[in-house]
Design a protein around this ligand. Structure first.
Ligand code: PGA
Length: 254
């Protein structure tokens, strides 16, 4: 069975003290309230990664991840952080191509393909984000946009490499807006993405890939989304900033 993954992306929120408090709460609440098998991933800002990773090190249900990384291995790239450094503090995942990186920092598919390679070379798992804008959905070009994001970002990988990738479908119009894609809309796109992977590789491999949904996921809509056959978890932003709302989302994954 495909792995189910619920990840909380803190974006640029929380001081170290606030973040450590949140992780302690999460870890205690999950111990008491969640017996399921989904992996829970905490994705704080870079500066907290070492501390957060240490705090969760002996909890096998929790993992940590970074929100971005450099496409380079090392060198004179002021302000950048390499995948190898992220791995060295105990992280397992790196988000690549979040729509906020695409939109505000000009990250495009060719560049993201290099970042995917950097993450895999470091032995980590990329969470590769894709998703259309409202305009693209309204003019009905969303399938084309998604196909381009998936093929240009991922289809240079071989079978073993693509199996290490988690895909996150995050319609840009649903991120931080309170507007969630309906379960039917999300399921349609998840099945489409799995179909693209099946066509490029093969059906058995496509069935192994975890595809998360992201965009205003909350406790109230999580259970319905998770019941859809191709939705394998969530990438959560706003609702991951509080232990109660995040744990309730995790608990929605049976
Ligand atoms: P949101 O963010 O849950 O606040 O909409 C999701 C994301 O950007 O990953």
């Amino acid at each position: 069975m495909r792995k189910k993954i619920i990840a909380g992306n803190w974006k640029m929120n929380k001081t170290l003290e606030e973040g450590m408090g949140l992780v302690s709460e999460l870890s205690n609440m999950l111990k008491d309230e969640y017996q399921g098998s989904a992996e829970v991933v905490i994705i704080p800002p870079f500066v907290h990664l070492n501390a957060v990773s240490k705090l969760i090190a002996d909890n096998p249900r929790l993992a940590s991840g970074a929100q971005n990384c450099s496409n380079h291995k090392s060198g004179a790239y002021t302000g950048e952080v390499s995948a190898g450094m992220i791995g060295s503090v105990g992280c397992k995942y790196v988000i690549i191509g979040h729509s906020e990186r695409r939109q505000y920092f000009g990250e495009h598919n060719a560049w993201l393909a290099q970042k995917i390679d950097a993450v895999l070379t470091a032995g980590l798992n990329p969470i590769y984000c894709c998703g259309e804008t409202l305009e693209e959905r309204e003019n009905n070009s969303h399938f084309e946009v998604l196909e381009k994001q998936i093929s240009e970002g991922l289809f240079h990988l071989n079978d073993d490499q693509i199996k290490q990738v988690v895909v996150a479908y995050e319609p840009v119009w649903a991120i931080g807006t309170g507007k969630t894609a309906s379960t039917a809309q999300a399921q349609e796109i998840h099945a489409f993405i799995r179909g693209l992977i099946s066509k490029k590789y093969n059906e058995a491999l496509a069935q192994e890939i975890t595809i998360q949904y992201g965009g205003s996921v909350k406790a109230e809509n999580a259970a319905e989304l998770f019941a859809a056959p191709d939705i394998d978890g969530a990438l959560v932003g706003g609702a991951a900033l509080q232990s109660r709302s995040f744990v309730d989302i995790v608990k929605a994954m049976a």
